[in-house]
Design a protein around this ligand. Structure first.
Ligand code: GLU
Length: 261
């Protein structure tokens, strides 16, 4: 068994992250398997080396160990490009130049507003007719044409419910969905442990694995750690940062108890 914890270094780890990392670690330990760490830093405008260093320090303090070197997504663009090229050559991607406002205006029905999918407003398909010939464009977003993928997958995703998924963002050259699927496969991850907040992304990941001929890991979606008012902890919830509990003298055992482990 291979599990992983895949934080984005865009803020401090809080109790919710600790719960996720410990759950993945415990699962691997119980099976005599391996726990991996992967740094998900495709959003270079928000990722900071200081956060990455703090994350490594907090996780080691919690008692977790992982093989090095740690995979960092900012080093992985060639792998993402290869997948994008293959999908482009199969005619399954199209360039999209829409901004948020274009999408909202085209998607909104007079009464109900805009239909929502796992990635927000369901993309209404404005750019679907753009040409897909020639070399893959590198300067626009690329969306996956879900209807055109139908012949290649057993379980289709509905373009009306999910919306054609962005696989390459203009500013990043990849996307969360594409990177996570390629990297889980490259690292041989057998069991993905992550929060229920990402459960909606899992059908997209299973779909991409089938399309790209990659193995599908088992998915475990754990409960979310909430604050006293019942709200799920967000990245900006620095009040529950592990580093603060550490500074106040908490032990790793205390952290485990706080998250119910
Ligand atoms: N990097 C994602 C996050 O920080 C987690 C990705 C995943 O577990 O699939 O929320």
């Amino acid at each position: 068994m291979i599990t992983r914890f895949a934080p984005s270094p865009t803020g401090p780890l809080h109790l919710g992250h600790a719960f996720s990392a410990l759950t993945a670690w415990d699962l691997a330990q119980a099976a005599g398997g391996t726990f991996l760490l992967r740094i998900e830093d495709i959003d270079r405008s928000r990722a900071r080396p200081e956060w990455e260093a703090q994350i490594l320090d907090d996780l080691a303090w919690l008692g977790l160990r992982w093989p090095t070197p740690v995979m960092r997504q900012s080093d992985r663009q060639p792998a993402y490009d290869a997948a994008l090229d293959a999908l482009w050559d199969r005619g399954l991607l199209y360039p999209c130049t829409c901004n948020r406002r274009d999408i909202l205006e085209a998607a909104s029905a007079p009464q109900e507003g805009a239909p929502m999918g796992p990635d927000g407003v369901v993309y209404p398909g404005i750019c679907r007719t753009k040409p897909r010939t020639g070399p893959r464009p590198g300067d626009t977003a690329l969306r996956l044409d879900l209807a055109a993928c139908q012949p290649f997958v057993k379980t289709p995703l509905s373009a009306d419910k999910v919306g054609d998924v962005v696989l390459a963002r203009r500013d990043m050259g990849t996307s969360y969905h594409l990177s996570v699927v390629i990297d889980d496969a490259a690292q041989g991850v057998t069991d993905v442990v992550r929060g229920k907040d990402l459960a909606e992304a899992t059908p997209i990941h299973l779909f991409l694995q089938e399309l790209l001929d990659l193995p599908s890991p088992a998915y475990h979606h754990h409960r979310l750690i909430r604050d006293d008012s019942g709200k799920r902890l967000a990245k900006r919830d620095d009040a529950r940062a592990l580093s603060l509990y550490r500074a106040q003298g908490a032990t790793p055992r205390d952290i485990r108890a706080m998250v119910g482990l």
